[in-house]
Ligand binder design. Structure first.
Ligand SMILES: [Zn+2]
Length: 429
């Protein structure tokens, strides 16, 4: 099935200046970009009316099912928030509640132009089913925690679930679904478990998702416990031997940054979650200067509370200027790349994240005629500083339109509302 997107404006970096072009999508990929109208026999034609076609967004760090806890336990110190509110609430999770909450997260992400998300959590089979049903892409990982230093990893049920998930779902949905491994963090895992999972990931060529140096306390406790930083801890246990995405990296040292660069660790920057939980400000410019591939993430809805990379881009773009007293600190194009191409790379999706022939057709159409986007002298400035997720007119995932002009094509919005009410109203009974 072919789709021809006509009357499209592209970002200048794609080489068509201000000209209106046609983008032809064949199957999953972008087949051609032309000034002339291509043959449209047997093709669906979408008139884009001069609006801006951009690469879609990739959410590099999330916990989709945590939409269940959106707005539950606000304005508390981090440990109190986690121990008194989130952990007891997570004990009540079921397959059904995780499934509905994941579908809610997916609907919110598609509406905001996110075509793929990395996720580490529990009940990941429920999230996997929601991914396959809705047509979005994801890198899912069953999150592993361990506290017994003498743990027999061959008997660990979390690790068994992680491997069963991989066996059942890796590559499903024509490759849209990938299964990674995940260690929750240094402070929630013993060394024996980390080295075991690192070996599994090496043997099975799987990627790894972790939390790293989110808070000052985590950094200090790790040094007290192990005489080294969390980055050094994971490196010594072989975790960075496989492609790893490390979320947060707020408190990393200069030596940690060098280590992350050397091991080609992908870093997921979650500016809104870090600010809301009072964790601090990640040294973005330092990481970029050392050549680390940084992507953007939302983290879970309990600590954000939106799953919206427009908001993360805007926050990242202004936050670092403000704390460094330098409005020219990081170019807008670079921030935009964090949410697009770098996010795709962090998920091992090397053929995604750019509007070029041969790349996967993960595309967003952005309304250039919203009043708050006029006039538009510079598209990147518009995307970073004036546009928001409501300017997304169309979200295309692997060549398939999943959201267009206010409606989903794979999600029954009213049914989802009904399911949410049903699950959320009884959750804390
Ligand atoms: Zn997280």
């Amino acid at each position: 099935m072919k789709t021809v997107l006509k009357n499209v404006t592209l970002l200048r970096e794609y080489g068509f200046g201000d000209q209106s072009v046609c983008v032809t999508v064949d199957g999953h990929t972008i087949e051609s970009i032309t000034r002339e109208m291509p043959d449209t026999t047997h093709a669906e034609v979408v008139d884009c009316k001069g609006n801006l076609l951009i690469p879609a967004f990739y959410n590099a760090h999330s916990h989709a099912a945590m939409t269940l806890f959106r707005g539950y336990g606000e304005d508390l110190p981090l440990q109190k928030w986690l121990n008194d509110r989130i952990l007891p609430a997570e004990d009540r999770l079921t397959y059904r509640s995780a499934y509905v909450a994941s579908k809610l997260a997916i609907a919110e992400m598609l509406r905001a132009g996110i075509v793929s998300f990395s996720d580490m959590y529990m009940f990941m089979d429920a999230t996997a089913e929601a991914v396959l049903e809705t047509g979005i892409k994801a890198n899912l990982a069953r999150c592993v925690v361990s506290f017994d230093p003498d743990i027999d990893m061959t008997q660990d049920y979390r690790t068994r679930e992680a491997l069963e998930l991989a066996e059942k779902y890796h590559g499903a949905g024509e490759g849209r679904l990938k299964i990674d491994l995940s260690l929750h963090a240094e402070y929630t895992n013993v060394p024996r478990c980390c080295s075991y999972l690192a070996e599994l990931a090496r043997d099975r060529q799987m990627r790894m998702q972790i939390h790293l140096s989110e808070t000052q306390k985590e950094q200090a406790d790790c040094i007290r416990r192990h005489g080294k930083t969390p980055a050094q801890f994971f490196y010594d246990l072989g975790v960075f031997d496989v492609p790893t995405t490390a979320a947060h990296c707020v408190w990393v040292t200069d030596e940690d940054v060098d280590l992350l660069a050397k091991c080609k660790v992908f870093v997921a920057h979650n500016p809104v979650s870090n600010l809301k939980l009072g964790s601090g400000v990640m040294p973005l410019q330092k990481l970029l200067a050392k050549g680390v591939t940084v992507a953007l993430g939302t983290d879970g809805a309990a600590s954000n509370n939106r799953l919206d990379l427009f908001r993360e881009m805007q926050t990242a773009a202004i936050l670092h200027k403000g704390v460094q007293n330098d409005p020219a600190l990081i170019a807008g194009e670079e921030i935009f790349r964090l949410a697009t191409r770098n996010g795709a790379l962090s998920q091992g999706r090397d053929d995604c994240g750019e509007v070029r022939v041969g790349m996967r057709a993960d595309l967003l159409l952005i309304d250039r005629n919203s009043l708050h986007n006029m006039p538009c002298y510079d598209e990147i400035a518009m995307l970073l500083y004036s546009a928001d997720s409501h300017d997304v007119l169309m979200t295309m995932v692997d060549g398939r339109i999943l959201y267009q002009n206010g409606a989903y094509t794979s999600i029954d919005e009213e049914r989802l509302r009904f399911e949410c009410r049903e699950v959320f109203s009884h959750y804390f009974d």
